[in-house]
Structures are given as C-alpha cells and as structure tokens.
Design a protein around this ligand. Sequence first.
Ligand SMILES: NC(=O)c1ccc[n+]([C@@H]2O[C@H](COP(=O)([O-])OP(=O)(O)OC[C@H]3O[C@@H](n4cnc5c(N)ncnc54)[C@H](OP(=O)(O)O)[C@@H]3O)[C@@H](O)[C@H]2O)c1
Length: 306
Amino acid sequence: MTKYVVTGSTGGLGSQVFKYLLKLVPASDIIVSLHNPAGANAFIKESGAEIRRGDYGDPASLDTAFAGADKLLIVSYPSIAHELRVKHHKNAIDAAKRAGIKHVYYTSLAFASDSVAEVMQAHLDTEKYLKESGLTYTILREGIYSESYPLYFGFWDPKAGEDDVLIPHSDGSIAWVCREDLGEATAKIMVEDGYGNETRLLSGSKTYTLKDVATLASQLLGREVKLIVGTEDAYVRHNLGKNGPRGEEDFLRKWATTYKALERGELDVIDPLLQKILGRELRPFEDTLRESLGVTAGSVFDKYAK
Ligand SMILES: NC(=O)c1ccc[n+]([C@@H]2O[C@H](COP(=O)([O-])OP(=O)(O)OC[C@H]3O[C@@H](n4cnc5c(N)ncnc54)[C@H](OP(=O)(O)O)[C@@H]3O)[C@@H](O)[C@H]2O)c1
C-alpha cells in the first residue's frame, strides 16, 4: 500500500489533483495536508481522506502532516515574493526528508530553465534544492493555466469596460492549459511509479499569443478588445494604485519580466506528454475563455469558431 499526502487541495490545481487521485486510489490511502483545515470544503470533508494541518510556514505542522506517507505532492506557494516562497518550499522538502517520504512531486512552472521571468526564479531555486536533497523527486513544470490568462493579458477586467489591454515589452506565444487537465495528469503521474528524478513539462497542445486572446475575446463579446504593447513605464503607470499587489510598482516591475520571457519564446513550447498521459485531446483554451467571460455555447462566438 502506498500512502499519499497532497498539499494545496483547497486551491485550483490541488483540488483537481485530489479529485483525480480519489478516482485512482482508496480515500484511506490519501492524507490532505491543509494550510487551514477549517477552510476544507465539503468535497474534502466527505471524501474519507484524512485531513491534517500542514502550513509551509510552520515546519512542526509539516512533520505531523507528512508522517507515515510515501509520496508527497508539494503545490507551490501562491506568491511572487521570491524569498518567502523558496523558504516555504524548502520547509516542505526538509520535512519530507525527516518524514522519510519516498517520492516528492513538486509543481513548478513552464518557463525556461534559464528564465528571465521573476516568477520563475523561486521555482528554479526550489528545483535546485529538491534535486540536491537526496530525495527521489519529480519536478512537474505545470503549463500556464488557461484560467490565469488575465494575469498575462494586462489584468484585463471585461466588466470594467476598458478594452484597450496594455502589456509591456512584447507579446509571445503561450501553450495555455487548463488546471483540470493538469490535475488529472499530475494524479496519474503520482500513482505510476515512473518519472523518478525527472523534470517534465506539462503543456497545452496549442499556442495562442496575447493578440490571439484579444481576437478571441472580441469575437466572444462582440466588441473590440485591443492588445497594445507599450513601454514598461506606461504599464506601471496604468496599473499603479489598483487593488492588491497588482497596483504596486515593485510587483508590476517584477511581473513585467514575464513579457521579456514571452519575447524569448519561453512559453512557446508544446510537449506531447500531457496528452499522452490523458489519452485524449486537451480542453481547448477557447472553452476556458468562454466560461470565464460567461458566454454560453451557441453564442456569436460559434459563428467565428467554425
Ligand atoms: N501555472 C500557472 O499558470 C500558475 C498560475 C498561478 C499560480 N501558479 C502557482 O501554482 C500554485 C497552484 O495554483 P492554484 O491555482 O491552485 O493556486 P491557489 O488556488 O491560490 O491555491 C494555492 C494553495 O496553496 C495553499 N496555501 C497557501 N498558503 C499556504 C501555506 N502557508 N502552507 C501550505 N499551503 C498553503 C492554499 O491553501 P488555503 O486555501 O488554505 O490558503 C491553496 O490550497 C500556486 O500556488 C502558484 O504557486 C501557477
């Protein structure tokens, strides 16, 4: 019997991994390690899996959460704060060692190994630490989530009525992929016994530039959504003061490096592995976009999509 411990199950990716893991192994073989157990939804609570508290910021809680498990999924910490993120990931890797975990799966990101994107740097540091840990690992470079397109698409809010979407530096192609496809494949990889000490990319099967996203969004909504590639300063000025970290200059300057990575083609990479693991076509980016915009099938979009 193999015992699994999964983190991040209240989140977008981790919830999908957990859902598919439950289809593959008995619930009694799964431990759900939650940052905040009180936030467990009904699906988790009623699944039959054991719930434990595991906060990346609290190593002692991770010792308890990971105890007795064989395979561990570390879902990366949701932040762009480099040092804190790496510290949290190191805490989880160290705790995995103490707990005698036999195989660690880490959800990294799809940028290049020599990426210029700030958001990738904490992943690269974590990958290095994990590789040097002596643990058996699988680094899964999870593709750019289709659901996360507004982050890349100038923080566009279709309801705000502003349809000029400003990005800095450059547009580029992205092999978008939805979290459900990633979650299903990640669960399957965890249950198989392969991929030991490998770094694998799980990407979408088709790329779309941000200009393509603008075209699709225009067709969906029946009004023009325009992509504008401007200067970094214009991008910062445009977003300063908006809600949350996205309105802060430091965050915006760091996030602007993403577009330098796009210019280098870092996300213009299609790997057939995900489709092979799932044994079916991936969910099209258009479907996620349509859903996020609240546009139903049979709408004006279908006229164009034929
Ligand atoms: N590939 C991409 O395009 C992309 C896009 C965005 C983010 N990401 C990265 O991929 C990860 C998964 O994405 P997602 O969409 O599932 O993110 P998400 O929905 O924000 O979920 C993040 C998960 O991390 C948990 N968490 C937060 N603080 C924690 C802590 N101190 N210790 C342990 N767990 C903690 C959260 O638990 P609570 O619910 O209890 O807070 C939640 O379950 C993100 O965390 C981020 O690093 C990737």
